[in-house]
Ligand binder design. Structure first.
Ligand SMILES: [Zn+2]
Length: 221
């Protein structure tokens, strides 16, 4: 009979009446000992042990489990069931990868935290990064002190006078480096300010201070 040829393989196997509906895929693992895993389910179509059970329901309400391989073998006999199980497999694969990623991240965090604790223990409460930052800040402060001392002759004059934003900027610069590294135009202005702090423009005192400024800047370093 023609109808016999079109019977669904699951129906032929006595699992129920077609059409069949996909319910879910679930993992069924049997563990005889810690770390040991083996399939905990049995395919009701081929009787093989299976770890992933595809739960299927027949149209007359019989629910049974088969392996993914047996669903895939249905091929054109039940395209819909095949694609549903394929999708479910992809979803399981995604979830598995996500779980692996999460676990890897968790272990990295534990390792990182242990390393931070090791550093804090070794450095009296600070991480290596914090130690380095503290050292850098100290070096910067020491450097600033050094430059303020070196440039003190000019620094004091500027500090005592009118504090325009230009002067504030110059004071900042004098805390970080030599006068000779300032822009030429700025050096000329500072020279004038310095000389004027000694005497009126055109006076002997002014000229002397101007010369003194030049020689100090030339002999910096
Ligand atoms: Zn099977």
């Amino acid at each position: 009979m023609v109808e016999q040829e079109t019977l669904h393989p699951f129906e032929l196997a006595g699992l129920g009446e077609a059409p069949f509906r996909f319910v879910t895929v679930r993992k069924n693992v049997y563990s005889a000992a810690p770390g040991h895993q083996q399939p905990g389910g049995t395919c009701q179509y081929c009787s093989q042990g299976i770890m992933y059970e595809c739960v299927i329901r027949s149209s007359d309400g019989k629910e049974f489990v088969v392996g993914q391989d047996c669903v895939m073998k249905l091929d054109r006999a039940d395209n819909r069931l095949v694609s549903q199980v394929k999708r479910a497999k992809l979803q399981i694969e995604r979830e598995r990868r996500e779980a692996i990623r999460a676990e890897k991240y968790r272990l990295q965090e534990i390792t990182r935290e242990a390393e931070m604790n090791r550093q804090r223990e070794a450095n009296g409460g600070l991480t290596d990064w914090e130690v380095a930052a503290k050292q850098k800040a100290a070096e910067r402060a020491a450097g600033r002190k050094q430059w303020i001392a070196k440039n003190e002759w000019l620094y004091r004059v500027l500090e005592a006078g009118y504090r325009s934003s230009f002067i504030e900027g110059m004071l900042d610069s004098l805390e970080c480096g030599p006068v000779s590294e300032l822009p030429e135009r700025a050096i000329a202005i500072l020279q004038d300010i310095y000389a004027k702090s000694h005497g009126r423009r055109g006076s002997k005192a002014y000229a002397a201070a101007e010369a003194e400024f030049e020689s100090k800047v030339e002999n910096e370093g």
